[in-house]
Design a protein around this ligand. Sequence first.
Ligand code: HEM
Length: 416
Amino acid sequence: MSSGSTPLDALDVISAGRYAESGYPYETWRRLRAEAPVHFVDRPHGQPFWALTRHEDITKISRDPRRFLNAPRLTVASDRGEIPLRMLLNMDPPEHHAYRTLVNKQFTPRALARITAQVDAIAAAILDELITDGAEREIDFVERVSSLLPIWVIAEMLGIPRDDWEKLFHWTNQIVGAGDPEYQVEGRTSIETMHEAQSGMFEYFSEMTEDRRKQPRDDLVSVLTNAAIDGAPLPTHELLSYYALLVLAGNETTRNATTGGMLALIENPDQFDRVRRDPSLVKPLVEEILRFTSPVVHFCRTPTEDFEMHGEKIRAGENLCLFYPSANRDERVFDAPDEFRIDRRPNRHIAFGIGEHVCLGAHVARLELQVIFRHLTERLEAVELAGPLERLRSSVVGGIKHMPIRYRLGPAKSAG
Ligand code: HEM
């Protein structure tokens, strides 16, 4: 469909259905990077927007947060409304900085060193359930592995009791995957589904906030509940939005990096063998997984003034759409960008964005991915696909909903 002869205006980079059916439009992005790096997309349904596809341009815009705002519009996906949250991702300077510094300290590598052992134990426990004792077994890798780790880790950081992790998991799926029929509540539209899930989550966190006001603990909910900006506590909506953001942002994204990473290893057995033989390659493996899978498809920026880029005149208030996975396959930055090479150095991917809004949870995600892939490469004796993939219906977070695998898995090395 996106062959070299299709007119640029007929190429589709935004419909959720396209992502569900065939995954990321790499060939389309490649053409846009080459022929129209700033390309205007007008469509009968949904907001018109400028598609930005080159690494350098996306970096430049992201590093100029006073001229290119987040607040007016975060995505141009037409299958969902704007998530009605007031949170980091749709705040601008100087407010954004004030909110971000409240928890920055909790997300540094030094702070995370404290939870490394817990993350390791969670990953080991997930895989212990799947030991095959030399036999072969089939599972949905998403359901049994990649969807569990991120929600358990963020739930632990927030201070949510284990019994409630499942509830949190469902709300997250319904909000992030609102346009996908699998997560839609029967008899409700996607927007209604999303709003109901949000209310459920808000109610839950309201109660938790009350509790932590009276009895602060060593968790993120206590930090935010008792935080102040210019001497005043956070307004309720902003506080609840903050929790929701932390849950939502880290869940689907890390899940899809894990699934996509496993798929890349299955499809590149030579790379899989290398990291099995040399565990010191797990860190660069994770960076390559992030580049290669780039789970966030796009976020928007809105210019405060008219400007020109690659000869196109862009007006204040128009939508700029930053396609991170395209930047991460930009041949101007990466050699053989479509190859999965675990020893790529340097690896200047921007899967976490860049600049003012660069992912707050990047170190959390890296830690989770390093831990799970260390366990997987150590313990998987064999693995292959056991059926077709099913992809998420979304042009915001790209991902795999189901990935059946056939595998053999041994016990943890330390367990003998
Ligand atoms: C592989 C996993 C992840 C990917 C690919 C990812 C990607 C991103 C991207 C692209 C942005 C926007 C950057 C920009 O606009 O410049 C972002 C922001 C954010 N992410 Fe992540 N993320 C991941 C995991 C996480 C985790 C685990 C958490 C929390 C524990 C998290 C929390 C956040 C937050 C709070 C923001 C907003 C930051 C701001 O606006 O200042 N993310 N992430």
